[in-house]
Design a protein around this ligand. Sequence first.
Ligand code: NAD
Length: 495
Amino acid sequence: MRELRNHVGGRWVIPGDELFESTSPSTGEVVATAPVTFADGVDEAAKAARAAFEDGSWRRARGSDRGAALLALADALEEREAEVGELMAREMGKPVRIARGREVAGAVDRLRYFAGAARLVSGRFTGASVEELWDMEVPEPVGVCALIVPWNDPVDLAVRKMGAALAVGCSVVVKPSEVTPASTAVLFEIADELDLFPPGVINLIHGPGNPTGEALVGHLDVDKVSFTGSTGTGRRIMEVASRRLARVSLECGGKAPAVVFADADLDRCLDALTYGAFMYAGQSCTACTRLIVEDAVHDRVVEGIVRRSRDLAMGDPLEEATFVGPMASREQYDRAVGFLELGLSEGATAALGGEPGGDDLYLAPTVLLDVPHAGKVATEEIFGPILAVHRFSDEAEALALANGTRYGLAGSVWSQDISRALRIARRLDVADVWVNTHYVRQAETSFGGRHLSGIGRELGMAGVEEYLSWKRVCIDTRSSYHLKDWFEGGEGFRG
Ligand code: NAD
């Protein structure tokens, strides 16, 4: 069991007496204990970050030096891939092969991308119309950033925020999820061991949303909040941050549709969507949650997805072969089962699964038919292994179904008619569309949500720019002052 501490101002500290535990959802073992950080502890962390930012040794360091620190973090994380993957499997039940090969390896790649980005941030020169006017837009780091991370990708999502913020010279205070404090804390262990950042540039505070997260979001020293988590929490964060107009980026929930036309390559499509729906028990914001299928292939698609999903290996997340582990927590399990029972009571039928049982937190892949289009199961985020199948007869109906939620995160289109696929891609009201694939993500391409799925971008240079504050600097090298000349009888006003 790990006994975690906060990391504030370059030191490991315990902010008080109260502790909480993270427990394995598969065995119930206590994986880690961590302190609950109250307002005083949050204040210390935010002030340490502020002091480091004002000190300026990180933000004024060369981009190449900041990049070198991020590269070293990436290399050390890569060396510990097996250990971190196992820790995550124990802490939140993500199957170990996915935790290692998709999450930790992905986080390493993103850190390397941000290391490069530290040297690429550039401003703009805008003074073309008057030769002696040197008019510029200069990028500066936004300041102290509160980075609030959920449990479902506790390393990768922390890295998406930390990498971008640190690349441009910000100081950060990271608050991991109370479900996965140990997994996220590994990044700080590495940084501390290798002495990668000046004291106070990176700070870690543990604790639940309340009091810890809320006190951090409300802290006057925090210039920007970047949050990934549920839509309800995102709404609350925006409310608190709005009191002082602190900047916010919100990566919130999703309800991704997959629109499958009859001419799709069905084998490829069903292979992808089986994984897309049920990987780590559907606990991903971009998981395929709604299969919207053209009438002509509806029965084949249902048969194909049921056959593939039935064969998915469910079990101990520490087993290499496991693809579906337990739900991350009792709360998460109860929530998913609640949706399932609601769906069945509203007339849905289960083509696969549908019978939760036992005292453990394992919920088998479930495929529901006849789900009411406007009901909660079809329109609200479940965050579990429950896939609803709907049918359509033409493009208009497919789009009405796909766009029939208030989320706008991701979706996929499946057709070999590329004109049609692109037409649907443009009309899906989501911010991330895959054509003939699902779940592909690259560090180079930014990602974000619309509507209830959030505000702002992450990854890519657009994700880096979220941590910048623009300053206009104008240098007038003309021999006399233009306003005076004009006022005293010159030609028309020319700026
Ligand atoms: P959550 O909203 O319960 O918690 C997320 C984080 O916010 C945790 O660290 C939590 O402690 C903190 N928090 C809670 N209340 C807070 C408050 N009042 N002030 C400040 N911080 C607070 O979400 P979760 O259950 O950990 O994660 C699952 C959710 O995350 C799902 O809705 C999923 O769709 C979403 N998610 C979105 C993306 C994306 O990129 N859009 C990626 C992954 C997960």
